[in-house]
Design a protein around this ligand. Structure first.
Ligand code: FE
Length: 286
């Protein structure tokens, strides 16, 4: 690894495979974080992968529902999804686009497919907010694919930088509270890439095409397609594709280390705040 000797290598502490579930009005998806195997990975509360060619798996969409106390991050790979909220915001997520939505004190929105056939594929990640920002005004950071820069650190390595930094390429997302890294990494067959994770962040790699190896030597572990590796042990990350091209997301964030009390679409710090969220929602204060 071409990193300074004082950087310890990161390794896979545990592997997680998502579980098939459905959400919204019956959209089929795979829950990787937020299920019984991995309830959360501070500051990440949920990771869903959705990917299907069958319209009946996604057509029902996610009709109106509230959120409070955290951020939802939608990264579309294929397909088109329209979002609308009760504060007049509306937009169309196209393939390769990212929506980083800070729900803050609350909004009610819908996320509905804008297609009746074809492939729908992508990820939704939930990122917690610190107590001091849970009741902030809602806001969106939304970027079309051409506004997400690509780093090319070597031959056969291409990295879309959604959040964080790769060399001198900086992602467009700003979130000082958790200082997130969100990369879409494409490796040609046999190609490798080394990266230094921010010190103290929690991090994971999720392979979504092909297979890759995380770490080197004795600590190396393979991730098959649709497997997540929770990282730890150090910040020097080394990834290598197998005999086929591989693609993975790498996500990292600064842990908040605060109490998490969650109920459906509300994530707060205490039961009382969750009850207040229900009252505020029922009385139309979102
Ligand atoms: Fe939502």
């Amino acid at each position: 690894m071409n990193t300074p000797v004082d950087i310890h290598p990161a390794r896979v502490l545990r592997k997680v495979r998502g579980r098939a579930t459905s959400d919204g009005a019956g959209v089929k998806l795979t829950r990787v974080i937020g299920g019984p195997d991995l309830p959360d990975l501070d500051p990440f509360l949920l990771l869903d992968e959705f990917g299907t060619d069958r319209a009946e798996d996604y057509l029902a969409g996610f009709p109106e529902h509230p959120h409070r106390g955290f951020e939802t991050v939608t990264y579309m790979l294929d397909g088109r999804m329209r979002h609308r909220d009760n504060q007049g915001n509306e937009g169309l997520l196209t393939p390769g686009s990212v929506q980083w939505m800070t729900a803050g004190r609350g909004l009610v929105h819908s996320e509905m497919p804008e297609q009746e056939s074809g492939r729908m594929r992508g990820f939704q990640l939930w990122v917690n907010l610190p107590a001091r920002e849970k009741m902030t005004a809602p806001k969106y950071q939304e970027f079309a694919p051409e506004r997400i820069p690509t780093a090319s650190p070597g031959p056969g390595v291409g990295i879309k930088v959604i959040a964080g930094r790769v060399g001198d390429v900086e992602g467009p997302i700003s979130q000082p509270a958790t200082d997130p890294v969100y990369l879409d990494i494409a490796l040609d067959a046999g190609k490798a890439w080394d990266y230094v994770l921010p010190e103290g962040h929690n991090a994971f790699v999720y392979a979504f095409e092909g297979a890759l190896t995380v770490g080197e030597g004795e600590d190396a572990r393979a991730l098959e397609t649709h497997e997540m590796g929770v990282l730890g042990g150090g910040s020097g990350l080394s990834l290598r594709a197998g005999n086929q091209p591989a693609r993975a997301i790498l996500v990292a964030g600064r842990p908040l280390r605060e109490p998490v009390v969650r109920h459906g679409p509300f994530v707060m710090n205490s039961k009382q705040e969750i009850m207040q969220a229900f009252v505020d929602f029922q009385e139309g204060r979102f």
